[in-house]
Design a protein around this ligand. Structure first.
Ligand code: C2E
Ligand code: CA
Ligand code: CA
Length: 637
């Protein structure tokens, strides 16, 4: 049941209702006693009058003259003993009194006689009895409670002949009635109160659980369920009023480094414990004056009012050092560290700007090797603005908008014939400026856009190459992120089928970084792609581990020797000759073609002559160019 404030009567209302009920019951019962006494008196009086009339011979004479004969006196004596009647008076049809059963007549004053006479005359005339309950406590020779009942007297034929006023002692009856009613008057409200109070208490209980549910909902809405810390929402809600008390705000953006690894190594339970520990360590270092929240995942944000850059840095260092100490969870040590971005702004700046700046500094900490602190600066600001610009462009570019593919020829060393083209992606900004893939590909990877973009490149490259002469191959660079979902072979296969493109004319280039993090899935996918007939090239060979083991294990078709080798040509050509010669020899030993990248000059060409490499690529043959220029180059050759 959902109880809202409006539908729920407060306990005060319930108490007021119960009190009103008790007063009401009391009032009702008091009235009821009077009514019962009156009813009882009326019945007694009428019965008595009936009895009197039926047992008294010649009542007409008694009414008229007022003097009973001896027989009548005996009946009168009997009647007075009957039904608590302690006195009666007989009146004539005009209301005058003719007889009183005791000596009371002498004590009556003029005034009360007139009242009595009037009442008797009225009862005679109307035929309606008149019953009055009297309090006799202050009067001599009267019971505490008695009734004066004027009842018309009728003869045996039903003709009204006079009025009898009967005095009935009701003290005992009233006492017993009141006694009974007192109990009822006491218990009825109690029972009624219980009747109300029980549901009221139930309602109160429900109200308490409704309050609890509300508190729980608030807890969920404002607090992070894992750490119990404030969440992003409550942080945002409280920020504005918090900022009002300060002139400057220091922001800390804290992110756990390699959290996925911590989770993988210690299980989710361990990962959760680590996040809780990080959250509470940060909180303990911030002091009372800060606002702090878990922003989600492994991100935490704090703002501190009027803090100097030095103080902010000391706090950040303290946090970094404390977290790096690690923690113990279920007897196991969990090690991990965080990166921190710091920023100080004027307190009237928008929160989003403060957070962006601290986030930019954090980004820098991450790119500089993690477990570090970076303070936001103007230089970083430019870098950050550029990042944001690229992010914006990329978000729009997912369907290809703003993206272009350039093509760089790959040539035969002796004949210089074009063997194929490498597809190289370009991002163009609104002003027409080209942004290098070395700059925007990592951003696309970080934003999770590289899959869509990578698929777009593959599709465009295949479509373009389909129009070329049958021998020319097209080589496409793949990001390691494109292997994460495991559906890359299917996508490539679908593309080949759709465009009826010979698999042998497609080449994919990957780098060593993909293989280092392989859990078996990459190897499977590469094998699947290779089995279609697509050629697989190891790109930028010589820049990383240059592991021969990898080359062997993954069965590459081609080795692309990074252009950094040829950059060293001028320093020591002899040594370079040996190094490149060895790589070519090694490649051939394990059935790989070898491509030398970065061929820029005639000197490079003569140097490489006779080295038995398979393909050459570089500015000497052509810079990456538009599709039209590439096609023009092919025709001209
Ligand atoms: P990469 O695969 O090593 O591509 C070769 C890069 O070297 C290209 O830079 C090319 O312009 C440059 N280059 C080629 N010959 C010469 C030369 O003789 N001298 C000099 N100085 N440079 C030369 P670009 O186009 O800026 O591409 C940079 C990197 O971006 C590529 O390196 C590749 O790793 C990545 N990339 C390009 N397109 C894509 C793509 O579609 N997907 C992915 N994942 N990465 C891409
Ligand atoms: Ca490449
Ligand atoms: Ca390369």
């Amino acid at each position: 049941m959902i109880i809202n404030k409006k539908s729920f009567p407060s306990i005060l209302t319930v108490c007021a209702m119960t009190c009103a009920l008790m007063v009401g019951v009391w009032f009702l019962l008091s009235n009821t006693v009077d009514k019962v006494v009156e009813k009882e008196a009326r019945t007694t009086a009428i019965h008595w009058a009936d009895y009197f009339v039926s047992h008294l011979d010649d009542i007409e004479t008694l009414i008229t003259k007022g003097i009973p004969d001896p027989k009548q006196s005996a009946t009168i004596d009997k009647a007075v003993e009957f039904g608590e009647v302690f006195r009666f008076k007989i009146f004539r049809p005009d209301g005058t009194n003719s007889f009183i059963s005791d000596e009371y007549k002498q004590k009556q004053d003029e005034e009360s006689l007139i009242v009595e006479n009037k009442k008797a005359a009225r009862v005679f005339n109307t035929g309606n009895s008149n019953i009055e309950i009297k309090d006799g406590r202050q009067k001599a020779n009267r019971p505490d409670v008695y009734v004066e009942a004027y009842v018309p007297i009728e003869d045996k034929s039903g003709t009204r002949i006079g009025v009898v006023e009967v005095y009935i002692d009701q003290t005992e009856m009233v006492a017993s009635l009141k006694d009974g009613f007192n109990w009822i008057a006491l218990f009825l409200p109690i029972i009624s109160a219980l009747f109300f109070l029980i549901p009221a208490l139930a309602l109160l209980k429900e109200s308490a659980s409704a309050k609890e549910a509300k508190a729980e909902a608030e807890q969920l809405a404002n607090f992070d369920s894992l750490t119990g810390l404030n969440n992003r929402r409550s942080f945002n809600d409280s920020a504005e009023s918090y900022f009002k008390d300060y002139s400057s705000i220091g922001t800390l953006f804290i992110d756990v480094d390699n959290f996925k690894k911590i989770n993988d190594e210690n299980g989710h339970d361990g990962g959760d414990a680590f996040l809780r520990s990080v959250g509470h360590t940060i909180k303990s270092k911030l002091g009372e004056n800060a606002i702090f929240a878990r922003f989600g995942g492994d991100e935490f944000v704090a703002c501190i009012g009027d803090v100097t850059p030095e103080e902010l840095k000391i706090i950040a260092q303290d946090i970094l050092a404390s977290i790096a100490k690690g923690m113990i969870h279920r007897g196991q040590e969990i090690k991990g560290h965080v990166s921190i971005g710091l920023n100080i702004s004027k307190s009237n700046e928008p929160l989003t700007d403060m957070l962006h700046a601290a986030d930019a500094a954090l980004y820098k900490s991450k790119s500089e090797g993690k477990n570090t602190i970076t303070i936001f600066s103007d230089a970083l600001s430019n870098e950050f603005k550029r990042q944001q610009k690229i992010e914006k462009l990329l978000n729009k570019a997912v369907d290809g908008t703003g993206l272009e593919i350039y093509y760089q020829p790959i040539n035969q060393p002796e004949t210089k014939k074009i063997l194929g083209f490498e597809a190289l992606l370009r991002l163009r900004d609104k002003q027409g400026e080209m942004i290098s893939p070395e700059e925007f590909i990592p951003v696309a990877e970080r934003l999770g856009l590289i899959n869509d973009i990578g698929q777009w490149v593959l599709g465009e490259a295949v479509k373009t190459a389909k129009e070329w002469s049958n021998e020319t191959f097209i080589s496409v660079n793949l990001s390691s992120v494109q292997f994460d979902q495991g559906d890359l072979p299917d996508f490539i296969n679908g593309l080949l089928v759709k465009h009826n493109f010979p698999a042998e004319r497609l080449e994919v280039e990957i780098t060593e970084s993909l293989l280092i993090r392989d859990d078996g899935s990459t190897q499977k996918q590469l094998a699947a792609i290779k089995s279609m007939g697509v050629s697989i090239a190891m790109d930028d060979f010589g820049t990383g581990y240059s592991s021969l083991g990898y080359l062997w294990k993954y069965g590459f078709d081609k080795l692309k020797v990074d252009r950094s080798f040829l950059l060293g040509y001028d320093q020591d050509p002899k040594k370079l000759e040996k190094v490149i010669g060895s790589i070519i020899h090694l490649g051939h030993c394990i059935d790989m073609n070898v491509t030398i990248e970065g061929v820029e000059s005639d000197a490079h060409i003569s140097f490489l002559k006779g080295m038995n490499c398979d393909q050459l690529q570089g500015y000497y043959f052509g810079k990456p160019m538009t599709q039209a220029n590439a096609e023009h180059m092919m025709k001209a050759a």
